[in-house]
Design a protein around this ligand. Sequence first.
Ligand code: NG1
Ligand code: ZN
Length: 551
Amino acid sequence: MDFVDVQVAGEKKYAKQDDIPIQYGTAGFRTKGNRLKHVIYRMGVLAAIRSACKNGATIGVMITASHNPEEDNGVKLVDPMGEMLGPEWEKYATEIANVPDKELGSALQALVKALGVASLSKSRVAFARDTRPSSPALAEALEAGIKTAGAQCQNFGLLTTPQLHYIVRCINTNGEYGKPTEDGYFEKLTGAFIKLRNMRKTKKMKTLESYNACLYLDAANGVGGGKVPVLQAKLGELLKINLVNDGSGKLNHDCGADFVKVQQKPPAGVSLAPGQRWASFDGDADRIVYYFLGVTDKKFHLLDGDKIATLVAGYLKDLVQETGLSVNLGIVQTAYANGSSTSYITDTLKVPVACVPTGVKHLHHKAQEFDIGVYFEANGHGTALVSDSSYALLQKSVKDTKLIEKQREACDLLLCVIDLINQTVGDAISDMLLVEMILAGLDWDVEQWNKAYTDLPNRQLKVKVKDRSVIQTIDAERKASTPPGLQNAIDDLVAQYTRGRSFVRPSGTEDVVRVYAEADSPTAADKLAYEVAVLVYKMAGGVGEEPKAPE
Ligand code: NG1
Ligand code: ZN
């Protein structure tokens, strides 16, 4: 096998645009869209090699930069079961993306030799893209990479990130997980949603009188916006979605899940009527947050990833109990989880909770240690994973006449809930249907959901430094081990605040250091975040203007 054609096309049409190094990070490669053509061409070839290493299983490639500004773009590889690329391959991706044009063929040659790959003719790659202006040209570069490498390729056009993950899993399980099409995706999710809503009715488990089937949704002007009408057509009256930021405005601009979570306010230009239930997707629809304006206090309340995780875990825990089966359940969070949510999980839900470093791969991996593992980042990315053995146990128990009818019913219900949950990755559409189903089943409105616990006021800031790698962290990113003295200084500040907590870490997707702080009042949280930001600026080589004191 040689890479002569790959080398020629690489030098001619997909030559490096600059020599700035780029790294495959927590969310793949991400930078300005006009810097990515060569990277994505090369990732087409790498995906073909990965497929060969997986005996010809289909590998997915998604072109998106998620919640980043419209002019950014990015690329992520999807492994055969729909999970993120195995971390051991991140270094190959980084190496191939950075190698000089003239050495591309030889670098690929060396890689296939080291991996023992003899041919790419049986390799398969499936890909999709989001709605960014730079995405079509990047998709062409990707297709060229896949085809020039000699692999087969399937272009799924515009998809949400989780839809592509779902399709990859369907293809590689020969349809066992579902039909490998967008239509198959909607059929599976809406089929489960409709069945669950009807099961609740026929079994008279709850009346649905106070559940308001009207949801207001901000699609961040992203790829999710175009998918909502398809979903709506299948749901009819069961859920009426009023869509804003459907894709006609600028992507992620003053809207979307990241904006709402970080700014702690509604998307620009929308006015919430008290009590209305609102949700925001991010640009590629793998994150969702809910929010509302209080009926009595008229204040903005955010129901973020932590609130979704506790709602889902509480519901699943009750259902598992009803089955009477021995199935353990756990929740996985990151340091960004609100302190109140962690206390609520431990003290009220009494469910084991684990904390891992930021990045879906860490959460997903940890969640797999439980029979049912619910994982959510505070920003709204998350899902619930069910182990193969627990799934098989439920399938067996649903028919087990030794169990009482109520137990068999609970097993049936739980199996159906699992069908509603995307098992590959966090999915805004699936999570939205899950939340809506649970609220309807519990007969809850947003106020009742929000009452579970009260978030500690919190603030996130960014600090620009010369080299963010000077900050290294330990203890699931909750402590900085370098530069020397920084953590002690943070600890001294935190000690001055009631219920204070703060940590800093280098971002994996932006050239900044992130600061998080929480305390017993918004003013205290803002002040603590500011003081810690100043410490980072002074002790970790801040550039540009010093952080500004809160007003
Ligand atoms: P970084 O930039 O490493 O903080 C952000 C999110 C992550 C994850 C990735 C991937 C926060 C604080 N960080 O990572 O949770 O979602 O983007 O998109 O929300
Ligand atoms: Zn996203």
